[in-house]
Write a new protein. Structure first.
Length: 524
């Protein structure tokens, strides 16, 4: 017989189990809902700007940069306290930019160093590669060095950024790195490298059909060129932009045509399968007519787009041509003013240092303007190189200090050169060497025949040398305002223009470490 008590006991146990499972299910459900709410709250907080950042942005818009900087620093600290790392680093970077905007470079570097230390301290809690955040601080250092025109330091930071991008494996950062490389090359006159890097970035985005991003990058590059007054960067960007725009529009038209052709082929196949039906034939005719009309419309639209951008290209070329013409007119205007001032300056006492400086500056201005505007080819004449070099060295021998030794190494041979230009350049370099070579030093003038049609004059000294960061600037005219009595800084730019007029070049030998060596290369 069955035991009624046992049956009642079994039912009771099942009832208790069911109640237990119901309670546990409710707890698990509440736990999941709580986790979802917390996750949503964290995401919402990460996507929003805190009050400090909003106030900083408002102060920026009102032009109150010191207040904005202080608020950005507080926003950075607040974000880090809340474990919102990326937003914190971004605010710190903005505060850094406001420091070096006012040339407070030491404060800017100190803040970046503090941010990097905080990133390393929280490395285990970031939830993303630390190098992705370090990239933002390294980028700010790069931009500071860019503002200071320290080319070598900018290149060091770009190399660090490249390593950080490779570790972070972030495609957006990789594209940003390419963009900053392009700006570096254009800023320091390395147009070929800038074009290559920018083409790589544009090709990547174009291949993935992100045309709007490429367009935005070009517009940003052009705007940065205008903002920094870099005419070379603007011209290069405009030229590349127009070429890219034309190719993309042609590509879009080709894609539309290919797409329509595929639709036509697919419809023709479907219609061919139902060829026995009159209805199918009618559908085929109607479908082909519609597609033909659509194809014609696309072709017309593509033609109109191409015509529009051809017009834009001509307009941009005209703008660049106008800018070049304006520069030529300004050079001529300055030269004319200098020529008109010369008679008055000649009447003043040349014994006064300031008067002599003004006379020299006036002559240099006229010489530089004449070189830049002249299109005449220079005349060459056979010259005995050994006698020529010895004669130049004799002209500076009485100016040397103490026991400075003078050496000439030139073979007894002849070469066709323009004696006035070459004499001017070498005498200027030798006089500079005399001025900066201390007692006991050495100055040498060498001649090298590099090939059948290339020769070189080398002027070397054992002086203090030229700092690496200034070597690219010594040949640039009007780079900075100087006391004219201390020199106008136009000597080397004039020598550079003369070298270019002779289808040659004047450079500093970076491999020479005992002082300074200038190399005048000529094609003969």
């Amino acid at each position: 017989m069955n035991n009624p008590g046992a049956a009642h006991g079994g039912i009771g146990i099942l009832s208790v189990k069911n109640t237990y499972y119901q309670v546990m299910n409710r707890k698990v459900l509440f736990l999941l809902v709580g986790l979802l709410c917390c996750s949503a709250l964290v995401r919402a907080q990460e996507g929003q700007k805190n009050d400090l950042q909003q106030r900083a942005e408002q102060e920026m818009n009102d032009g109150k940069f010191i207040n904005a900087r202080s608020l950005y620093i507080r926003a950075y600290e607040d974000y880090f306290n809340k474990s919102q790392w990326k937003q914190g680093v971004e605010c710190g970077a903005k505060a850094t930019a406001l420091y070096y905007r006012e040339n407070l470079y030491q404060e800017a570097f100190d803040l970046l160093r503090r941010i990097d230390q905080n990133i390393e301290a929280q490395k285990q809690n970031l939830g993303c590669p630390a190098d992705a955040l370090h990239y933002l601080t390294t980028k700010e250092r790069m931009q500071m060095y860019m503002k200071m025109r320290r080319s070598a330091s900018v290149l060091d930071q770009l190399n660090i950024m490249e390593r950080q991008v490779n570790i972070a494996d972030d495609e957006a950062l990789r594209n940003d790195l390419l963009y900053n490389k392009a700006i570096y090359y254009y800023t320091f006159g390395q147009n070929a490298q800038g074009n290559a890097v920018f083409k790589e970035m544009a090709d990547k985005l174009t291949a993935s059909k992100e045309y709007d991003k490429v367009d935005e990058v070009y517009q940003t590059l052009i705007a940065n060129g205008r903002k920094s007054g870099n005419a070379n960067m603007v011209a290069q960007s405009y030229s590349s932009y127009i070429v890219w725009k034309d190719s993309v529009n042609a590509l879009k038209v080709a894609e539309e045509i290919d797409s329509l052709k595929q639709h036509i082929a697919a419809n023709e196949t479907a219609i061919a399968e139902k060829d026995s039906s009159l209805t199918a034939r009618q559908v085929m005719i109607v479908g082909l007519s519609i597609l033909a009309i659509a194809l014609a419309a696309v072709l017309v639209f593509g033609g109109l787009v191409l015509m529009r951008y051809m017009h834009l290209t001509r307009k941009q070329k005209k703008t660049i041509s106008q800018a070049n013409e304006n520069n030529a007119l300004k050079a001529k205007f300055i030269s004319n003013i200098s020529a008109q001032l010369s008679p008055t300056l000649q009447k003043l006492d040349a014994g006064i240092p300031e008067v002599k400086a003004l006379r020299d500056f006036s002559e240099h201005i006229q010489t530089l303007s004449a070189l830049e505007s002249s299109e005449e080819e220079v005349e060459l004449e056979d010259t005995q190189i050994s006698q020529f070099c010895e004669g130049l060295m004799e002209q500076v021998r009485e100016k040397v200090k103490g026991d400075v030794s003078l050496e000439v190494s030139a073979p007894k041979m002849s070469a066709k050169i323009n004696k006035p230009y070459v004499s001017h350049i070498l005498l200027h370099l030798l006089n500079n060497a005399v001025e900066y070579t201390p007692e006991g030093g050495k100055i040498s003038l060498d001649f090298k025949k590099r090939s059948a049609h290339k020769v070189q004059f080398l002027v070397s000294d054992t002086g203090c040398g030229i700092p690496e960061e200034k070597r690219e600037d010594v040949f640039k005219a009007f780079l900075e305002i100087k006391d004219l009595s201390q020199g106008d800084g136009l000597g080397l730019p004039i020598c550079k223009q003369m070298a270019l007029k002779m289808n040659g070049d004047l450079e500093i030998d970076d491999a020479y470490t005992k002082g300074t060596r200038f190399v005048l290369s000529l094609n003969v």
